[in-house]
Design a protein around this ligand. Structure first.
Ligand code: A3P
Length: 328
């Protein structure tokens, strides 16, 4: 009778352990790691489980999945309207990258910054130690204090900056503000009225959208604090037409094996942009506020903008030792 009881107990224990392990495997798979979409050979459920057993579960049990919130090891600092959301979402397909869903605005907002690193960390997603926590707040790029503040938090942090044809970026910026104003029932200005200084008939350097596109000025501030190899520059125009090549370069920059493939990203003809295949929703495109139709701009104004940005672009290319195909 006693032996029978022991046998039943042993079977119950084995069943319990098996159920727990299966549960963990699925949690990991559905927490951003798609076994369907990703390279099955190099990241099997078994290998992820091993990773957990070896390190996370033993050492840092923080939530029921064995994950913790961490300060970001990589930050997408901008620039606004250069594809920052698309890049963040695409990178989230990588099993070893854990992006924060929301822009946290820690380094550009004094109120948030004064709340301290614990507050910042609270806004980060749960992750395993081998995963990279990633945050994006495009306003960091133009915020005077942001480079020094980020450097103070982590001087060896990795930074990603997206740049796009500066003229297109101005138009994209204008388009976003235009629709926001319309939605709030506010009056809207004509593009040419904002971008051209009526007195001089030259580009209005007081227009914020123009200022943001003078990438050289902003990056100069960042390179006072960070080495060139700490900053990866993504081509925002190529991210639209050939996202995979830009994503693969970021994976390399982060020291990760390439995991995002054609299986995860496809061109959606209805949307006119690349979208993702995710385990949760199967297909996911960015919201309709991304990739809006731009207004028609007179060619004389486009030319003026291009001419205005050209000398800054030249200086930028030599600063970052990288060139872009931005010439009209
Ligand atoms: P437009 O709306 O002007 O086309 P951000 O996320 O930094 O605000 O950038 C928005 C821009 O991301 C969009 O500008 C769009 O062109 C670009 N983008 C890049 N890849 C995209 C994608 N896969 N889906 C939608 N927009 C994308």
């Amino acid at each position: 009778m006693k032996t029978k009881g022991k046998q039943v107990l042993s079977i119950a224990v084995i069943l319990f352990v098996t159920v727990c392990l299966t549960y963990y495997s699925n949690l990991i798979v559905w927490n951003g790691i798609s076994m369907n979409d990703l390279d099955k050979e190099s990241l099997t459920v078994g290998s992820v489980r091993k990773l957990l057993e070896e390190e996370e579960l033993v050492t840092e049990r923080a939530n029921s999945n064995g994950q913790q919130k961490r300060l970001p090891q990589c930050v997408i600092i901008g620039a606004r309207k250069c594809g920052t959301r698309a890049l963040l979402e695409f990178l989230g397909l990588h099993p070893l990258i854990q992006p924060a869903d929301q822009e946290v605005h820690f380094f550009d907002d004094d109120r948030n910054y004064n709340r301290g690193y614990e507050w910042y960390k609270e806004h980060m997603p749960y992750s395993y130690p081998k995963q990279i926590t990633l945050e994006k707040s495009p306003r960091y790029f133009i915020t005077e204090k942001a480079p020094e503040r980020i450097h103070q938090m982590n001087s060896s942090i990795k930074l990603i900056v997206l740049l796009r044809n500066p003229t297109t970026r101005v138009i994209s910026d204008y388009t976003q503000v235009y629709y926001n104003k319309i939605a709030k029932g506010k009056d809207v200005d004509k593009f040419e009225d904002l971008v051209i200084d009526k007195k001089t008939n030259q580009i209005n350097t007081g227009y914020r959208a123009v200022q943001i596109s003078i990438y050289y000025n902003h990056l100069l501030r960042w390179f006072k604090f960070f080495k060139r190899e700490q900053v990866h520059v993504v081509d925002g125009d190529k991210l639209i037409t050939n996202p995979l090549s830009e994503i693969n370069k970021v994976e390399q920059f982060l020291g990760l094996q390439s995991r995002v493939t054609e299986n995860n990203i496809y061109f959606n003809t209805t949307r006119g942009f690349y979208c993702m295949r995710t385990p949760k929703t199967n297909q996911k495109c960015l919201g309709l506020t991304k990739g809006r139709k731009h207004p028609h701009i007179e060619s004389s104004i486009l030319q003026k903008l291009n001419e205005f940005f050209r000398p800054y672009n030249k200086k930028l290319f030599s600063l970052i030792n990288q060139t872009f195909d931005w010439d009209d």
